[in-house]
Design a protein around this ligand. Structure first.
Ligand code: NAD
Length: 452
């Protein structure tokens, strides 16, 4: 690892600022790598998950990644342009501008839930910004990680992009390297450790973490439509999505109806004949046990647990929980699985209070017909990003920053925001013919008006 980083650092100094053509060439190589191997990539992820539909990998990983590469390739030359700024009043006649320069070597640490998109999404922004990168994929997707290492090895020079595979010890050593920037995607708990390790080197971090993203259904919004959107966002990848709706808030008295509608939506999306093909597995037996234990804990405390009917082929069925205790695992930890607690609220203020007394979530979903209510929710509850009257899709907007706030992370990326995040905004000033600063040279006795 250290050798690879040393070689990259030397290459950074030799190259300094790659022009737009070089960056586009790297992005294009990445595009071809993904396009030509998309089938093999989907099969590796399917095997790592013990069952993950190829369509999910295609729709949720390959397509958005190719979109991000195309978007960066189209706009990078414009993003790179120096930005002129007005000089301060006293320095009129001079010139001030910002250069967006590469940072150098960016480290990327990724989780297992979207291994392709979360390893290579940050890479797109890193390459667009003219950086080199080292990527550490998750140890829980070993087949994918080996394939990625092999493909990247064939596509890039070792001092352009490198993949480091290995377990948590390797991850720890990786995050202790003196990168110029570290992009970490994963849990909040590990995010804290990563930031601590990076602090030793004063390496700036972008932390893309998790949290409990609420879905607020408001009075008067069609329950079926909200249920379909919530079920889609919750049960894709079997709920193992950082921005999956974690729990749903619904006006008191409607929780039963919402539960039935969510289960009906799940049953419609995963009919018996295709459920085992279209529905993902929970990644490991350990993760599954954690979820089952959390459900059992809620049930023992009096909660009602409803499971979607169907042929789940041994996979964990879409599950809804009514009356989950406030202090139990389901309502205190990020669920990250196909389990949806439904929580009743009195008035909208109560719903916002339920959101705000928890850590700041990565996403927030609000189902509200009128703009006033939408605005009240946007103003009243804090989150990383928002989709109104839907779920998930704010992440797919190439022109929007993606990231968390508070415990759900810091620093957003994607598109131009990602380019900026992984660039150094370098200030340059060149005085004009009359240099105000030079006029102020001592001895100060000349400036009676400044005497104090
Ligand atoms: P994780 O935090 O357990 O692991 C993520 C990565 O960190 C892995 O590559 C792992 O090898 C590495 N790692 C583990 N321990 C480490 C340590 N002590 N020091 C340095 N690196 C270490 O997360 P996970 O279980 O793989 O993923 C699930 C979590 O990721 C959820 O909380 C989810 O919300 C979050 N997530 C966030 C986003 C986002 O964009 N914000 C996207 C996907 C997942």
């Amino acid at each position: 690892m250290e050798n690879t980083l040393d070689r990259m650092r030397a290459a950074v100094l030799a190259e300094r600022i790659p022009d737009a053509n070089v960056r586009r060439r790297r992005l294009d190589a990445l595009r071809r790598m993904v396009k030509e191997n998309r089938g093999e990539i989907a099969r590796a992820i399917d095997a790592d998950f013990g069952g993950r539909p190829g369509q999910e990998t295609e729709l949720l990983e390959v397509v958005p990644l190719l979109g991000a590469i195309r978007h960066a390739g189209t706009h990078v030359a414009r993003w790179m342009r120096d930005e002129r700024r007005a000089p301060s009043l006293a320095f009129r006649g001079g010139r001030a501008w910002v250069r967006h320069e590469p940072l150098g070597v960016v480290g990327v640490v990724s989780p297992w839930n979207f291994p392709l998109y979360l390893c290579l999404g940050p890479l797109v922004d890193a390459l667009a910004a003219g950086n080199r990168a080292m990527i550490k994929p998750s140890e829980l997707t070993p087949r994918f990680s080996e394939l990625l290492a092999e493909l990247v090895g064939k596509t890039f020079e070792p001092e352009e992009v490198a993949v480091i595979t290995g377990d948590v010890d390797v991850a720890r050593a990786f995050t202790a390297l003196p990168f110029d920037h570290l992009v970490f995607t994963g849990s909040t708990a590990v995010g804290r450790q990563v930031m601590r390790a990076a602090a030793e080197n004063l390496t700036p971090v972008t932390l893309e973490l998790g949290g409990k993203s609420p879905a607020i259904v408001t009075n008067g919004y069609p329950l079926d439509a909200a249920a379909r959107a919530i079920a889609q966002g919750k049960f894709l990848n079997a709920g193992q999505i950082c921005i999956a709706p974690d729990y749903a808030l619904v006006p008191a008295g409607q929780e039963e109806a919402l539960a039935r509608a969510v289960l009906a939506a799940a049953e419609a999306s995963y009919p018996a004949a295709s459920a085992a093909r279209d529905y993902a597995s929970v990644i490991t037996a350990r993760h599954r046990t954690r979820l089952e234990d959390a459900i059992a804990e809620a049930e023992e405390a009096g909660a009602r647990v409803l499971r979607a009917q169907g042929e789940w082929g041994g996979r964990m069925p879409p599950t809804v929980v009514l009356g989950a205790p406030e202090q139990g695992v389901l309502m205190t930890e990020e669920i990250f699985g196909p389990v949806l607690p439904i929580v009743p609220y009195g008035d909208l203020g109560d719903a916002l209070a339920i959101v705000n007394r928890r850590d700041r979530p990565l996403a927030l979903y609000a189902f509200a017909k009128d703009r006033t209510t939408q605005r009240r929710i946007l103003d009243g509850a804090i989150s990383g990003g928002v989709t109104l009257n839907g779920t998930i899709t704010h992440i797919a907007q190439e022109n929007l920053p993606f990231g968390g706030v508070g415990a759900s992370g810091m620093g957003a990326y994607h598109g131009r925001d990602g380019f900026r995040r992984l660039s150094h905004a370098r200030a340059v000033f060149r005085p004009g013919p009359i240099d105000a600063f030079a006029l102020l040279r001592p001895p100060f006795g000349r400036f009676a008006e400044f005497a104090i």
